[in-house]
Design a binder for this molecule. Structure first.
Ligand SMILES: Nc1nc2c(c(=O)[nH]1)N[C@H]1C(S)=C(S)[C@@H](COP(=O)(O)O)O[C@H]1N2
Ligand SMILES: [Mo]
Length: 305
């Protein structure tokens, strides 16, 4: 896997990127789930390795992809901090570089399998992807801003905006993290994905990556980080991404659940009954997966994979 450290000049050059005038996605290999805004999932036949090629990394957008001029872009750090910041990309790139492989799954993955059906993006199962991310540690940035003792959460604002529900006031995509998750050693502000600069689809020029959490936590197109002295209660925090079941208190989604998928053979696929290579992925947001077992008799017997 090649790793590049993008220079400020390279980063500035990207405003000439023809991406916005070309059809989504580029190259057109994701399975389209929605067109406006674009939502796409990884085709199962493309899952050949645990790292997802960037062009096949699932994409989940709530609003149109914002157009960002990196030469004028800054990241604001404010709220309960002693030193407010306005950081340009080159200042961020001067911080120690941190790389990490992380798997991200959309909380709405496998929605087609739900019975009774549930509204929203009808993901088949391909809204899970893994990439090598590079960026800077969020805790390094917060440390420089000198977080106050009254800090409770950190709020992340994306540059994208729209009506969350038709007719409601326009909001930005906003999500918060509790302090321990924000300061965790693996929580990064990423500007590279799989050794290349982050694409427009995935949050260029900077996105949050919160490993082990469902994808909604990893805010794309970051433009502001606000340290809060009380929990955030915006639309994407308290109305969405909260499990509501009858008789139980609402539970906000945080870490991914342990899960697996078989990418080959596909459900209903017909093939000659001889040796067949079974391929798939297993992941978890709470600990390492230490064992994978396979059953070819609907769960009667299992053998190590
Ligand atoms: N700014 C912003 N960040 C966002 C979103 C968004 O719509 N806007 N979608 C979230 C959701 S629900 C998911 S699953 C992930 C998907 O990231 P990807 O499109 O790079 O796969 O981004 C998250 N971050
Ligand atoms: Mo998501």
């Amino acid at each position: 896997m090649s790793q590049c450290r993008c220079t400020a000049a390279e980063a500035a050059g990207i405003t000439k990127d023809p991406w916005h005038t070309q059809p989504h996605p580029q190259p057109a290999t994701l399975v389209t789930v929605e067109t406006e805004p674009f939502v796409g999932e990884t085709p199962f036949e493309a899952i050949q390795s645990w790292i997802t090629p960037s062009s096949l990394y699932y994409a989940r957008n709530h609003f149109p992809i914002p157009s960002i001029d990196v030469s004028r872009w800054t990241l604001a750090v404010d709220g309960q901090v002693a030193k407010r910041k306005e950081l340009g990309l080159s200042e961020l790139l001067d911080l120690p570089r941190k790389t990490m492989v992380a798997t991200m799954e959309c909380a709405g993955n496998n929605r087609v399998d739900l019975d009774p059906p549930v509204g929203g993006n009808q993901f088949g199962g391909g809204a899970v992807s893994t990439a090598l991310w590079a960026g800077v540690s969020l805790s390094d940035v917060l440390e420089r801003a000198d977080v106050g003792a009254n800090a409770v959460e950190v709020l992340f604002e994306g540059a994208d905006s729209g009506e969350p529900v038709p007719g409601r006031p326009v909001v930005h995509y906003l999500r918060s993290l509790p302090m321990d998750a924000a300061l965790g050693p693996d929580t990064i502000l990423a500007h590279e994905m799989n050794g290349e600069r982050l694409s427009e689809d995935h949050g260029h020029p900077l996105r949050l990556v919160v490993p082990r959490w469902f994808g909604m936590a990893s805010v794309k197109w970051l433009r502001r980080i606000t340290v809060l002295d009380r929990p955030f209660d915006g639309y994407f925090q308290t109305e969405k991404y909260v499990l509501k079941s009858a008789g139980l208190p609402p539970t906000p989604l945080t870490r991914m659940f342990v899960k697996s998928l078989i990418s080959s053979p596909r459900h209903g696929e017909v093939f000659p009954l001889k040796e067949h290579k079974v391929m798939g992925l297993a992941w978890s947001g709470t600990g390492a997966v230490d064992r994978v077992e396979l059953s070819d008799d609907f769960g009667e017997t299992w053998r190590p994979a």
